[in-house]
Design a protein around this ligand. Structure first.
Ligand code: PMP
Length: 378
């Protein structure tokens, strides 16, 4: 396959290298939550290691108890009944995305993906023999995705549409109405709606996350992907999941066995603990809303800079095109002259060119200082 590693992380890796050398770099270029990992998770993992979990293979698709707990989260948060057999545990959402693409794509098929989108989507599609058909969104239309626009991209080769709400990098949230229409379009045109919802618990102010899995009529054409990574601050444990239609359980299990054989029982023990404790998502949301405000308010009116209004997620997207620099030039200057690393968002797609992505995974004070430097850099 025609694959090459993305250079989008160059600034980030250089920032990490400098930080290791003792430079006071503020790293805002990656989405690693700063909140403490949910209580008892680390201990549960350690206890599992001590009791021999490192010597056995877990089940492909995950152990039933964990699938039940994930299903219960949907009941608790959204009042949804999801058959735990349709919940397949994966090694992070990234692995769920890859397993999904391998399962639904064939050589020469297409998948419609809004542009901008998360950088790792394309390799999962290309390695599965497919092609990404980008659907350009517009910053001045709040990066809205409509069924009408998607429909124009459908060809005989199209197998599905991949959406991500709340979005990385734009922070946009797909509205209930747009989601319903997208879901109906996919259902009626025999396409998969693949919904990446890893930031489902990061919605700002009075915004709501609408899970695609809740659209009952589209159950047979919807694949929902999510993860423990962000919601429980456990990115390193690599536990995610896909909620798949009944008819995909078997093929996806085959892919899962071929890729992983079984999940890590150690990570599963940690995830079991995470789902068992009563986590305060309300506080998490309030904190991220406040952090976004700090970035947004402090960049208002700065010449050359336009902070985008966003509804959720873990990042703030900022238009720096008015500075006359490209996003990559701006990100390097900010790192070299001000010791702050952000991600040039060009690699997320055409529509994000001229923007940088700021991770909200630091305290409000740290973010305030960082955006003041960003303003000076402009
Ligand atoms: N989807 C999106 C939109 C993401 O931002 C990320 C992680 N940054 C992932 C999927 C993968 O998450 P995980 O750690 O669960 O593999």
């Amino acid at each position: 396959a025609n694959l090459k590693a993305s250079s989008v992380w160059d600034v980030h890796h250089e920032a990490l290298r400098r930080a290791r050398e003792g430079r006071p770099v503020t790293v805002l270029s990656v989405g690693e939550p700063d909140a403490e990992t949910v209580g008892g998770v680390d201990e549960a993992g350690i206890a599992a290691i001590r009791s021999g979990a490192g010597r056995v293979y877990g089940d492909a698709g995950g152990q039933l108890e964990l699938r039940q707990l994930i299903s219960q989260k949907y009941e608790k948060d959204y009042g949804l009944q999801i058959d735990p057999r349709r919940v397949l545990v994966t090694a992070g959402a990234q692995n769920a995305l890859f397993q999904t693409m391998l399962t639904v794509l064939d050589e020469g098929t297409e998948i419609v993906i809004p542009d901008p989108c998360y950088v790792t989507y394309e390799p999962t599609v290309v390695a599965s023999g497919g092609t990404v058909v980008p659907l350009p969104l517009r910053a001045d239309d709040s990066f809205r995705i409509t069924a009408e626009a998607v429909e124009k991209k459908i060809t005989k080769k199209t197998r599905g549409v991949l959406i991500n709400s709340p979005n990385n990098p734009t922070g946009a949230i797909v509205s209930e109405q747009d989601l319903n229409q997208l879901s109906e379009l996919c259902r009626t045109r025999d396409l998969w709606l693949i919904s990446d919802e890893v930031y489902s618990d990061f919605v700002f102010d009075d915004k709501k996350h609408i899970p695609a899995a809740g659209i009952a009529e589209s159950q047979e054409s919807t694949i929902t992907i999510n993860s423990t990574s962000k919601m429980f601050s456990m990115v390193g444990w690599r536990v995610g999941w896909a909620i798949v239609p009944e008819r995909l359980i078997n093929p996806m299990m085959a892919v899962s066995e071929g890729m992983l054989f079984g999940l890590s029982r150690i990570s599963e023990a940690a995830a079991l603990k995470a789902f068992s404790v009563d986590n305060d998502f309300q506080a998490l949301r309030a904190e991220y809303s406040a952090r976004f405000r700090v970035v947004f308010d402090n960049l208002q009116g700065v010449p050359g800079i336009v902070p985008r209004k966003i509804g959720g997620g873990m990042f703030a997207l900022v238009d720096i095109s008015g500075t006359g620099m490209s996003a990559t030039e701006f990100a390097w200057k900010l790192l070299n002259d001000f010791d702050v690393s952000v991600l040039p968002a060009d690699s997320f797609g055409e529509a994000a060119s001229g923007h940088v992505r700021i991770s909200l995974t630091k305290s409000r004070e740290t973010l305030k200082t960082a955006v003041e430097k960003l303003a000076k850099c402009a």
